[in-house]
Design a protein around this ligand. Structure first.
Ligand code: F0G
Length: 405
């Protein structure tokens, strides 16, 4: 395990109590400060003996890799998506397909680290609020670790695949009569009363695992830093995790260029995109977020200030896309590349298309879109956006007639 400490991101003080989610002194956000001195003696190829995946990057992780709770997360493909690139006018476009993780989303990267840490500190019950993927992932890792698990979900707003996973892996699934922000407030209160160990991304250990997506992209592009990385933003921790990974690679001297981090939100839930438009360091929460991309249906992102720091510091950008633009991009990936992503994930590609049209992205930029979750997470959204199955009588003539049309 790399030496590390938990500090307040706002006032810098050390935080020793593992059950608090904000700074006991100033209420600020927490973060992990890694001691990367030993890594400065290394080069990227020294890590290549371990298969690609979260634990290849153990020297950047604040838990003991030899005792990790792992289901072999990460190591997801980086696709060179030429057909989609041609369609939207970007000549060097890639998709990092996080749907290939064990539970079908990038959340597994954070959970392997978060749940390993929970076991290290002796937690018995873990919990989270979720728009779906976090709960699916936590339920699986809690099962693997033999921990009890409670997940708080916004009633009626979680996609079928995700709900099925949380139930299947044996979590206590609590359906809250409210939205994600309400569910998170309740989960945080339970954690503050020490009734559970909270594994939302406000927990500083979760983003540490999520840093690995950036490390993998660098390995897969042989350390040629892309010009831009685009990803959907909901509760806003993933973009922060990627930024943190970039700063750590700079610190150890493995990169000398920074990709422009570009955060895409849904038009019905866009506090970060609005803050970026107004040039502010903080955001104004939205009371009634709404979008087909239920994964990012969030009005009050806990890591919102960190996300804005990530965007501004890298010369990045933030904007929103409509539900129609999301569904168009989702279908484009499916029909041109054979890549199935859930609506929130398609927001990254929809954002790439929009920013290219606006002239923010140049034709010859090297762009990586992170597609955060698998299409099968939300079968209802897909079925609604496609033609229904063709009804056919049980005879060969009827089949022939349909195929000749
Ligand atoms: N994409 C997908 C598929 C997600 O599930 C989420 C977040 C995001 C993007 C946004 O990531 O919150 O780090 O900005 N899902 C959380 C959940 C909120 O509960 O599963 P973020």
């Amino acid at each position: 395990m790399a030496n590390h400490k938990v500090v307040c991101w706002d006032c810098g003080c050390d935080v020793k109590d593992m059950y608090v989610n904000t700074c006991p002194k100033c209420g600020g956000l927490l973060t992990v400060k890694m001691d990367l001195e030993p890594v400065k003696e290394m080069k990227p190829s020294d890590l290549a003996k371990t298969p690609i995946g979260v634990w290849r990057y153990a020297p950047f992780m604040p838990v003991d890799a030899s005792r990790a709770i792992t289901i072999k997360e990460g190591g997801t493909p980086l696709y060179d998506v030429k057909a989609v690139g041609k369609e939207i006018g970007i000549s060097d476009l890639y998709v990092k397909y996080e749907g290939a993780n064990p539970t079908g989303s990038f959340k597994d990267r954070g959970m392997t680290v978060g749940v390993s840490h929970a076991v290290e500190i002796g937690a018995k019950i873990v919990g989270c609020a979720s728009t779906g993927n976090t709960s699916a992932s936590l339920a699986a890792y809690a099962a693997k670790a033999g921990l009890k698990c409670a997940v708080f979900l916004p009633s009626g707003k979680v996609a079928a695949g995700k709900l099925a996973q949380a139930l299947f892996f044996g979590a206590k699934v609590i359906s809250i009569d409210g939205n994600f922000d309400d569910a998170l407030a309740l989960a945080r209160q339970m954690s503050e009363e020490r009734k559970l160990y909270l594994l939302n991304s406000i927990n500083p250990y979760r983003p540490e695992g999520q840093k690995s997506v950036l490390f993998e992209i660098m390995d897969q592009l042989r350390y040629e830093v892309p010009d831009r990385i685009i990803l959907p933003v909901g509760n806003a921790a993933n973009i922060w995790a990627i930024y943190k990974a970039i700063t750590e690679l700079q610190e150890v001297g493995w990169i000398d260029k920074v990709p422009m981090l570009t955060g895409i939100q849904a038009a019905g839930a866009m506090p970060i995109a609005n803050a970026f438009k107004n040039g502010t360091q903080d955001f104004v929460p939205e009371d009634h977020p709404e979008t087909i991309a239920t994964a990012i249906r969030i009005g009050n992102p806990v890591s919102g200030r960190k996300a804005l720091k990530a965007i501004y510091s890298t010369g990045g950008y933030s904007t929103s896309v409509t539900d129609d633009e999301i569904l168009f991009a989702q279908k484009l990936l499916g029909r041109r590349e054979g890549i199935g992503v859930e609506p929130a994930s398609a927001a990254s590609v929809a954002g790439a298309k929009k920013l290219r049209e606006m002239g923010i992205i140049d034709r010859d930029e090297r762009v990586v879109c992170i597609c955060t979750g698998n299409a099968l997470k939300d079968p209802d959204a897909i079925i609604k956006s496609c033609e229904p199955p063709i009804k056919c009588a049980n005879n060969i003539e009827a089949v022939k007639k349909i195929l000749s049309e």
